[in-house]
Design a protein around this ligand. Structure first.
Ligand code: SF4
Length: 155
C-alpha cells in the first residue's frame, strides 16, 4: 500500500446487474468492511475519479454510457470489473441485447470474480487497481513502461 500517495476517488456504475454485486459494493463502504480506511472516496463525478467500478454486463443500451463515463475520467485511470457479469456477461450473456463483459467496450485492469462478488474480493480488486494506477502514473512520468493488460480467467 506504499503506492497510495493520494486518496483514490472511485466511481461506480451498474451496467445491467441483478443488484447483487451493487449491494456488495455498498457493503464495502459500511463500517464492517470500511474501504475508507484506504482513503477511498466514492464520487458521482467521472471527472474526479481515478477508479471505475463496473457491476453487471454491457448491453446495447448502456454501452455508450460506459464509454462516456470512461472517456470523462482523467488519465491515469483504472477499470475494475466486479462480478462474473462484468467479467464476461455471466448468467445474462445469452440474452438478446447483451454484448458481454465490460472489456467489450473499454479496457479492464482488474477482474473480480464471484456471483455475487464478495466485499473482501472487491476490496482486494480495488487495492490491486491502485497498484495498476500507480504503474500507469509512473509510466506517464516516463519512469517505467506501461503495465501489461490484465488477464481474465474464464468462468
Ligand atoms: S455476478 Fe451475480 S450477483 Fe453480480 S450482477 Fe451478475 S448475477 Fe448479479
Amino acid at each position: 500500500m506504499s503506492y497510495v500517495t493520494k486518496s483514490p476517488w472511485v466511481i461506480h456504475y451498474d451496467g445491467s446487474s441483478c443488484n447483487g454485486c451493487d449491494i456488495e459494493v455498498l457493503a464495502c463502504l459500511t463500517p464492517m468492511y470500511d474501504v475508507e480506511r484506504f482513503g477511498i472516496i466514492n464520487t458521482g463525478n467521472p471527472k474526479h475519479a481515478d477508479v471505475f467500478l463496473v457491476t453487471g454486463s454491457v448491453n446495447e443500451q448502456n454501452k455508450e454510457v460506459v464509454k462516456q463515463i470512461y472517456s470523462q475520467m482523467p488519465e491515469p485511470k483504472v477499470v475494475v470489473a466486479i462480478g462474473i457479469c462484468a467479467n464476461n456477461g455471466g448468467i445474462f450473456k445469452e440474452c438478446y441485447n447483451i454484448l458481454g463483459g465490460v472489456d467489450t467496450v473499454i479496457p479492464v485492469d482488474v477482474y473480480v470474480p464471484g456471483c455475487a462478488a464478495r466485499p473482501e474480493a472487491i476490496i482486494d480488486g480495488v487495492v490491486k487497481g491502485l497498484g495498476v494506477l500507480q504503474e500507469k502514473r509512473n509510466a506517464m512520468d516516463g519512469n517505467t513502461a506501461a503495465p501489461a493488460p490484465a488477464e481474465k480467467e474464464e468462468a
